[in-house]
Design a protein around this ligand. Structure first.
Ligand code: PLP
Length: 788
């Protein structure tokens, strides 16, 4: 029998990973040695693994530089409409392998590193994650950059290069402990500082009225990290200065360089949630105070420039800044916001003259409990498009939280279902699966994920089923080895890997999962000889440092793990693992190894989810509620191919109307009662029996997310999961149907929708020739573009 192919060998089989030509390999080796010598000032005798990583990173970066400059030149010459994605978070993760893949250099680099006697995976592991985000919202921005570049949009991401990323999570004695993420300690080969372009960002000061209009004077400049509002204004102020500079230089050759009439034809700005909302009053300030446009003209241009994406309906996550703080920090902006609000309320009053309630609800300024600026209202009023991030969420926006606004301007409200980039979330993280799919249906699916549908033709093919199943098994084995090496924990690679990874939050209901785990434990203990489908339950995610309940949830899960994992009666049937420090690079390892993806938020609370899509694409089945993008996943794959359970949005609303009574479920469901009694009695925390009192109080007295109401159906649904898992062939068929149905969830599709329906730009597959190709190639592309 032939030895199994290593990952490196497998990668070679797909041409999108590039050609392993002798010359290419020689060039990479040369670059590597040159950087080791001249950039890192080391030789092979003294170089550390980190030096090797840096040498390769610089080599790969060299391949980016020429293309990058050519691209800027190309846009300067063609002057297309630019798209600016404004976000306080870009959760990029690692860059080395992603760049090798996207440039088609992976095979050549693999070979070069192999010939140099080094291990590529070891080098890749040296890279720190760029953890400049918290979770879904920040990772979405990163996936969007990948898709915007892939589709040749003249797009730019503007954000903050934080000196410390999202904290590193350690689990000590079962508790979350936060450590600073000093990600720049060894330097960052992927950035280029431009200190020569330093721009002032003003804070505080006062407004002076002159004959020539308003002036913001006596301001102070800050680094922009003292307060969140400062950060938000910092990114906005710096971005707009750059955008306006570029607009003005791109207009140099046109007939009227001082006119802003064409601004919205040349500039689209997308606000990733309300965090960069101050861009709206800032652009107004620039237009009115500096460029001296009249208010109405400025307002018309501003609205046509901005579009706003909403990411949550949870009221505590909607930004509302105290007027008092804004008055001191950004007095001129507050004035502008008041003026915007006045005009807006006048308009509502003229349409609904006696409807004071409506006027109050729709104001940008909330009066109750201290005056605050409602940033979502500012964004809605100041944008020409407002979108939710999955169908169900966009509907909730229209009929619930922003109903009054959608009644006023229904045409503004849209849906753009989120997506994920298949380059990172398949080619990079799951080379075995990516290459098997390429063998089956060709490589074009990488940039047109809808082609995965072709896999439906293979769903009954025994060989294909076996191959898919084998890849999952290999991924599980690899992940198990990783856990053993890094954390000294042993898991059973043939057990069902049941994975729940995401930020820890009450609405995501890690507690519901935990109650199920205890239920399984009790069943094993009750009848140890009964057949049981072995499971490894893996839960991971960070809790916000100040979020007490989320931290208690982590402690509960780890405490349950202590008991379950050390009970000899349980043995290898059930293991509970808390996956420490969940982040992008760990997602890339665990997702391909997952059998069952937990997406169990209370219906109506998860705007979209993107983790759900990553699991689907990587051959996991979903157990989930009809929430967020799960609804569309079920629509695409057929509801019978997901494990759907629990209340629908309407059921939740009805339960709210009736009054949710947790005690009713506790009394009616003996298994739930047993689980809760155990937690209450200190069964999982014998040294501190009442440690989970706050969790119990919450579950019984003020559980906004109604964990008990979905318990029974969830447990039953998990039984169906275990039953199907015993039939590996049927399980794998369902997996194939899910992969085949996951095409909609490519961020390429999402970006095409934003481009055509919001930004007014056309995605193209025109390729800007790299500088290695002659100038004539560039001329030819320019001609082709003009013809288009
Ligand atoms: N954290 C990381 C590292 C992710 O990659 C993702 C998205 O997949 C998330 C958080 C968000 O996960 P979810 O959509 O399940 O909340």
């Amino acid at each position: 029998m032939a030895a199994p192919l290593s990952d490196q060998e497998k990668r070679k089989q797909i041409s999108i990973r590039g050609i392993v030509g002798v010359e290419n390999v020689a060039e990479i080796k040369q670059g590597f040695n040159r950087h080791l010598h001249f950039t890192l000032v080391k030789d092979r005798n003294v170089a550390t693994p980190r030096d090797y990583y840096f040498a390769l990173a610089h080599t790969v970066r060299d391949h980016l530089v020429g293309r990058w400059i050519r691209t800027q030149q190309f846009y300067y010459e063609t002057d297309p409409k630019r798209v600016y994605y404004l976000s306080l978070e870009f959760y990029m993760g690692r860059t080395l392998q992603n760049t090798m893949i996207n440039l088609g250099l992976q095979n050549a680099c693999d070979e070069a590193i192999y010939q140099l006697g080094l291990d590529m995976e070891d080098l890749e592991e040296m890279e720190e994650d760029a953890g400049l985000g918290n979770g879904g919202l920040g990772r979405l921005a990163a996936c969007f950059l990948d898709s915007m570049a892939t589709q040749g949009l003249a797009a730019y991401g503007y954000g903050i290069r934080y000196e410390y990323g999202i904290f590193n999570q350690k689990i000590k004695d079962g508790w979350q402990v936060e450590e600073a993420d000093d990600w720049l300690r060894y330097g960052n080969p992927w950035e280029k500082a431009r200190p020569e372009y330093m721009l002032p960002v003003h804070f505080y000061g006062r407004v002076e009225k002159t004959d020539e209009g308003s002036k913001w004077v006596d301001t102070q400049c800050f680094e922009g990290k003292e307060l969140r509002l400062k950060q938000e204004y910092f990114v906005v102020a710096a971005t707009l200065q750059d955008v306006i500079r570029r607009f003005k230089t791109s207009k140099k050759n046109s007939s009227n360089p001082l006119s802003f009439d064409s601004f919205p034809d040349k500039v689209a700005m997308q606000l990733n949630d309300t965090h960069p909302a101050m861009a709206i009053p800032e652009l107004m300030r620039i237009f009115v105070d500096i460029e001296k446009l009249d208010w109405d003209m400025a307002w018309d241009l501003t609205k046509r420039t901005f579009a706003y994406t909403n990411h949550t309906v949870l009221p505590e996550a909607l930004e509302r800044w105290p007027v008092e703080l804004m008055e001191t920090l950004l007095p001129r902006h507050l004035e502008i916001i008041y003026q915007i609000n006045q005009n807006h309320l006048d308009c509502i009053a003229s349409l609904f003259p006696d409807d004071m309630d409506r006027i109050r609800h729709m104001s940008l300024i909330e009066e109750d409990g201290g005056k605050r600026v409602n940033m979502a209202h500012l964004c809605i009023v100041g944008s020409h498009a407002v979108n939710g991030v999955a169908e169900i969420h966009s509907n909730i926006i229209k009929t619930d939280i922003f109903r009054d606004f959608s009644e006023l301007e229904p045409e503004k409200f849209q849906n753009k279902t989120n997506g994920i980039t298949p380059r990172r979330w398949l080619l990079l993280c799951n080379p075995g699966l990516a290459d098997l799919i390429a063998e089956a249906i060709g490589e074009d699916y990488v940039k047109d994920l809808s082609q995965l549908q072709k896999l439906n033709e293979l769903v009954d093919g025994d060989t294909f089923i076996r191959d898919i199943s084998k890849i999952k098994q290999d991924n599980k084995l690899k992940f198990a080895q990783y856990l053993e090496k890094e954390y000294k924990v042993k898991i059973n690679p043939s057990s069902l890997f049941d994975v729940h990874v995401k930020r820890i939050h009450e609405y995501k209901r890690q507690l519901l999962n935990c109650l199920h785990v205890i239920t399984l434990y009790n069943r094993i203990k009750k009848t140890p000889s009964a057949p049981f489908v072995p499971r490894t339950v893996i839960i991971g995610g960070k809790a916000a440092p100040g979020y007490h309940m989320a931290k208690m949830i982590i402690k509960l899960i780890t405490s349950v793990g202590e008991v379950v994992n050390n009970d000899p009666v349980v043995g290898s049937k059930l293991k509970v693992l808390y996956l420490e420090n969940y982040r992008v690079s760990l997602a890339e390892k665990v997702i391909p190894a997952t059998d069952l993806s937990e997406q169990i938020s209370t219906a109506g609370t998860e705007a979209s989810g993107t983790g759900n899509m990553k699991f689907m694409l990587n051959g996991a089945l979903t157990i989930g509620t009809m929430d967020g993008a799960n609804v569309e996943m079920a629509e695409e794959a057929g509801e019978e191919n997901l494990f759907i359970f629990g209340m629908r949005v309407e059921d939740v609303a009805q339960l709210d109307a009736e009054g949710y009574d947790a005690m009713k479920y506790y009394k009616a469901l003996p298994e739930l009662k047993q689980v809760i009694d155990q937690i209450k009695s200190g069964f999982f925390s014998p040294r501190q029996p009442d440690i989970f009192k706050d969790v119990m109080d919450m579950l019984f007295k003020h559980d906004r997310f109604k964990v008990f109401a979905d318990f029974e159906d969830y447990v039953k649904c998990q039984e169906r999961v275990s039953l199907l898992y015993q039939d590996q062939k049927e399980w794998t068929k369902m997996v194939i149907k899910n992969i085949a149905a996951s095409g909609k969830f490519s961020s390429d599709r999402t970006i095409k929708d934003y481009a055509t329906e919001i930004w007014g730009v056309e995605p193209t597959d025109l390729k800007i020739p790299p500088p290695s190709e002659p100038r004539e190639a560039l001329e030819e592309t320019l001609r082709a573009m003009k013809k288009n």
